[in-house]
Design a protein around this ligand. Structure first.
Ligand SMILES: [Zn+2]
Length: 147
């Protein structure tokens, strides 16, 4: 090791930002895996694993469509927010069935805790998720009702 550079001193205050940067590929899109041999799709992605359907290891990244419909909905208003989510009002949490059949858990924006009917069409969008201890905003995908 070079004497020019002293040993690394972990800076705890930037760990969250580093983690956000490293995981940005799966934060800013919905990313799954697809088997090249049997075409089966998986979400979350099966990185480093084999296909449960056919046993193949030929799994590649797969980016599902950004549109779908609400399967079920509930209101997150338990009285205390999830860590980092203090700036936000009660949230409308949904399971969305995407156009290719994958189901994802997310949030519908701009409803401020109002429920949404199953079958409502939604589009994926990028929005603020929460604020880190550093004050930086973490962005990620949510859903908006399709106009
Ligand atoms: Zn397979």
């Amino acid at each position: 090791m070079s004497g020019q550079f002293p040993e690394l001193i972990p800076r705890v205050e930037v760990q969250g930002t580093i983690r956000t940067y490293r995981t940005k590929d799966s934060r800013y899109h919905i990313k799954g895996s697809q088997c090249e041999d049997c075409q089966e799709k998986y979400y979350p992605p099966r990185e480093g694993l084999d296909c449960p359907s056919c046993g193949s290891r030929n799994l590649n990244d797969y980016y599902p469509p950004k549109r779908g419909e609400v399967v079920t909905c509930w209101i997150d208003d338990v009285g205390y927010p999830a860590v980092g989510y203090t700036d936000l009002p009660p949230r409308t949490i949904v399971v969305v069935k995407l156009e290719d059949g994958l189901h994802v858990l997310s949030e519908v924006v701009e409803l401020e805790g109002e429920p949404v009917e199953p079958g409502t069409k939604v589009n994926m969008i990028i929005r603020k998720h929460k604020r880190e201890e550093t004050g930086n905003w973490v962005y990620g995908y949510k859903f908006a009702i399709a106009k």
